[in-house]
Write a protein of this length. Structure first.
Length: 202
């Protein structure tokens, strides 16, 4: 896993949806760098290809190069286009390399339960670690578990230098019984009632 990547950033001249669309057409991503450490928030733009290349290299720590200075940050939130699967916007949070920070990490559920079905209660979990040690994902092993079993946050095997940012008792997955829906009863056929003969008239 690469420790960090440097991205060239520029100040956004035009805010709003129209300016954002223009940036995306030019191959850039609108970025918001949150205020922190006594510094103001900044609205920036970064190159889409450079950012996606870093993401594919499992980079979580970024140095945003702006006007000759560096702003060290981690991704706080990504906004995706659900149709094109492209990134619409990135929120960055300022961090210091030698100071622990909180980060949301995806959970990967590994294996299949012996009986029942896995009911995932959460898909991401908060951890505390140095920015350069943020893991890509954390494994939650459910192989061989039986109905009624539960896996809690405290049972996850964490990489060295990574600590839980949530209560160890937080439930991540429950193995529930598989419910089989009973078929609706078929109504019994009712024999037709013969009509009474019409009375004879004289």
């Amino acid at each position: 896993m690469a420790s960090s990547a440097t991205l060239k950033a520029s100040t956004r001249p035009n805010l709003g949806s129209r300016g954002a669309r223009k940036l995306r057409r030019a191959g850039q991503i609108p970025v918001h760098l949150l205020a922190g450490d006594g510094k103001p928030a900044l609205d920036l733009a970064i190159d889409s290809v450079e950012f996606m290349t870093a993401r594919r290299g499992h980079v979580h720590l970024f140095d945003l190069e702006l006007d000759g200075r560096l702003e060290t940050a981690v991704v706080r939130e990504l906004q995706w286009d659900t149709i094109t699967d492209s990134i619409l916007h990135v929120d960055f949070k300022r961090v210091a390399r030698d100071v622990e920070t909180e980060a949301e990490v995806e959970l990967e559920f590994v294996g299949q339960p012996k009986s029942g079905q896995a009911n995932h209660l959460v898909t991401h979990i908060t951890v505390r670690t140095l920015p350069g040690l943020i893991p890509d994902a954390l494994e939650v092993k459910i192989e061989g578990l039986e109905e009624g079993a539960r896996v809690r946050a405290g049972e996850i095997l964490l990489p060295e230098g990574v600590k839980l940012g949530v209560a160890p008792e937080l439930e991540l997955v429950v193995i529930s019984a598989i419910r089989v829906q009973a078929a609706a009863p078929v109504p019994e056929a009712v024999a037709p009632v013969p009509e009474a003969p019409a009375p004879k008239t004289e």
